[in-house]
Ligand binder design. Structure first.
Ligand SMILES: [Zn+2]
Length: 697
């Protein structure tokens, strides 16, 4: 449609506009009467700018009867009065919506818009994410700086991947950010979302076309003396393009599928693979549309990432190569060098293996990974980077839980017959995040599991990386204020990060124990996931939480962990429940948390006070935790979907006490997430500069 729109504008009006000058506002379903050769239709070109001189158009006079300027208000008025020249559009019906959309997208109420955007921004608490560099050698620091420079390029690629005009919008918002307070808010909020669509609001556009870039385009129309050419806005779609910039903006699912059908097997794999984009031949001549050709299914073609993003990837490869030469860690050296090859060859297999085997003080994840940005098919990977330093204390804790997993499995509160000899100790790395870029926008993630390449997952599974300082920042800025509101006064001081994070690590380890492969009553082998289907993830998350609590108490009772820990673990867990449930019960973690909260409240392990705060009853909590652990583990061991359904229906609900607590959080405006900045980058640059100075003198 975009292609056709541009082609017709050029053909009929002599107006040549690039893709990013167009914004799809409205599709009007209209009965079209075609009498032989002639189709009649009014074409509206909505601009926010001063009229274009009529002589700039080169009209095809046979087909275009006349061109006139008319303001939206005037046009609306004519329709309302039923002017025969403009009917039969039904202003009070569907067509009238067009005016609402235009008004909303082009209104210029700065004060009101500014306030709305400030409120959206306030949901993020800004925070400096610092990491301890003292454990690093000078050489490590130099390596780190090179890697961070490469990571920055992932941001550039990602902006491009989200939407084809994102780069120019970013530039424009940056340049204008100092003009007014509103421009600064726009810039800040844009940087959090890395696009004009707001992550916390289901990707609703938070800018309007009136807020976006204006460009000058001398070649857009015929030259007119004294007129500089056409200015246009880099318009963006109200609805975030589901295919991001991985596919042509006007391609739909059907066109893609038809095209793929006709491809050879190898081409097909590339077309639906992680590491390529799909483009149109006809778009390649974007500044010079070939008027005669029509887009056909063979109009699409594949470009590998290594080619599409070559300018960025070649630079990143150079930096990583230097870093790889410098580092003395063999596993990091291998990762960096294999990543260089991957960026240039588009083959990421070896670098993914090297990433799985990484064991170094510096932890590096860089490249195309998650496919969430491709909502159309989920095929294409977005570039990201997570650079961190291994956290020694947490790594030791992880080892501790790993060493006791077998013992925990044998003592789980469930029938002996369900217990297994094997436990799975999934590889986990816990780091202090130093820098992230690319595919991380809106809410900050706390952990990730990679790689996504099925060949590797099948043979070797995945590795998890947990970001400890991100967790700590969220704890201080979100969980602590939640605790102040929702936890009874006398227990507030028991809420602390160390206990909270100890439970988080234990949660991850507990995914590895309990039933996974099971034997059904019929004797048939199956898995919990297969049997519980859509209920599995919520129940599995609840299991990891509640069995995690049980496990910590078990280890404390064996004197393997300090006794002082026990109370703060229970209270910190209670506080964290409100944070998770806040994201809604559709999500597995939220549903799983609601299930635990309501169960523990019913059993008297949580106590609701008249001032709507909660506390833990330390006499009852141990039994209640064990009871729920047994309930969930048994359902999983039996693959009993009916009981899972009943349990979730009864307890996985938004109950009145939960609702009251959440209401308090909204009233006091506790932030929903954090917006980090990374001071370590400047710190490292200082170190490098002072080093350079020494060399010079
Ligand atoms: Zn989990």
């Amino acid at each position: 449609m975009l292609y056709d729109c541009r082609r017709r504008l050029l053909k009929e009006l002599g107006l040549n506009l690039p893709n990013d000058a167009f914004e799809l506002l409205f599709v009007f379903q209209q009965e079209c009467v075609t009498n032989g050769e002639n189709e009649f239709n009014d074409v509206y070109l909505v601009t926010t700018l001063a009229p274009i001189p009529l002589e700039a158009f080169s009209l095809q006079e046979y087909e275009v009867s006349f061109v006139k300027y008319i303001s939206v208000q005037e046009y609306k008025h004519l329709l309302l009065n039923g002017d025969p020249q403009y009917v039969p559009y039904d202003f009070h019906g569907q067509y009238g919506q067009l005016f609402d959309i235009i008004t909303k997208r082009y209104q210029d109420n700065v004060e009101e818009k500014s306030l709305i955007l400030q409120n959206k921004l306030n949901r993020y608490a800004s925070v400096s994410l610092d990491a301890e560099l003292t454990g690093l050698t000078e050489e490590d620091k130099e390596v780190l700086l090179l890697i961070i420079q490469a990571a920055r390029l992932m941001d550039d690629i990602f902006y491009n991947q989200v939407w084809y005009s994102n780069e120019s919008l970013r530039e424009w918002l940056n340049q204008h950010s100092q003009l007014s307070e509103f421009d600064m808010i726009k810039w800040k909020y844009y940087l959090i979302n890395k696009s004009p669509w707001s992550s916390l609001d289901e990707d609703e556009a938070f800018l309007t076309t009136a807020d976006s870039a204006v460009k000058l385009l001398p070649e857009a129309t015929r030259k007119v003396a004294g007129w500089k050419g056409l200015e246009y806005k880099a318009a963006f779609p109200i609805v975030k393009p589901p295919g991001a910039s991985f596919y042509p903006p006007d391609m739909d699912k059907m066109e893609f599928e038809l095209w793929v059908k006709g491809l050879s097997d190898d081409e097909k794999n590339d077309a639906i693979g992680f590491f390529s984009v799909i483009r149109r031949h006809s778009d390649s001549y974007s500044s010079n549309i070939t008027v005669s050709s029509n887009p056909t299914t063979s109009d699409l073609y594949i470009i590998p990432f290594s080619q599409e993003y070559f300018s960025f990837l070649a630079k990143a490869a150079e930096l990583l190569h230097k870093a790889g030469d410098l580092t003395t860690s063999p596993s990091l050296k291998r990762l960096l060098h294999s990543k260089v090859d991957a960026f240039l060859s588009n083959n990421y297999y070896d670098s993914d293996i090297a990433w799985m085997e990484l064991d170094s003080k510096l932890d590096v994840t860089i490249g195309p990974y998650e496919t969430y940005e491709d909502v159309l098919f989920g095929y294409k990977a977005a570039f990201e980077a997570f650079i961190g330093i291994q956290d020694d204390k947490a790594t030791a804790q992880l080892q501790f839980f790993g060493d006791h997993l077998k013992d925990l499995e044998q003592n789980l509160p469930m029938d002996e017959m369900y217990k297994s000899e094997d436990v799975t100790f999934a590889p986990i790395r816990i780091i202090q995040l130093v820098y992230n870029s690319g595919d991380v926008k809106g809410p900050q993630i706390l952990a990730f599991n990679l790689p996504n390449d099925e060949r590797i997952v099948k043979d070797r599974g995945t590795s998890m990386v947990m970001l400890k300082n991100v967790s700590e920042a969220k704890f201080k800025l979100i969980l602590q204020p939640i605790a102040d509101l929702c936890i009874a006064k006398e227990q507030q001081e028991l809420v602390d990060f160390d206990s909270f994070f100890t439970h988080t690590i234990c949660h991850e380890c507990c995914h590895g124990i309990g039933p996974h492969t099971i034997t059904l009553p019929s004797g048939q082998k199956s898995t919990v996931r297969l049997e519980l289907q859509e209920l599995h993830t919520a129940l599995e998350e609840a299991k990891a939480d509640i069995v995690g609590l049980w496990a910590l108490n078990f280890l404390i009772s064996k004197n393997l962990l300090p006794k002082t820990l026990v109370k703060s673990i229970y209270v910190s867990f209670l506080a964290s429940c409100f944070r998770t449930v806040r994201f809604g019960l559709k999500e597995s973690h939220g549903k799983g948390q609601a299930l635990q909260f309501n169960w523990l409240l019913e059993k008297g392990a949580y106590v609701l006070h008249p001032d709507d705060t909660f506390s833990v009853d330390f006499d009852k909590i141990e039994g209640a935790v064990e009871g729920l652990s047994r309930e969930i583990l048994t359902i999983q061991a039996k693959g009993d979907k009916d009981s899972a359904q009943k349990l979730l229906e009864k307890y996985g609900q938004m109950t009145q006490p939960l609702n009251n607590a959440l209401g308090k959080l909204t009233n006091v405006e506790v932030p929903i997430d954090i917006a980090p900045n990374f001071p370590v980058v400047t710190k490292l640059q200082h170190i490098q500069q002072s080093n350079n100075c020494c060399c010079v003198s």
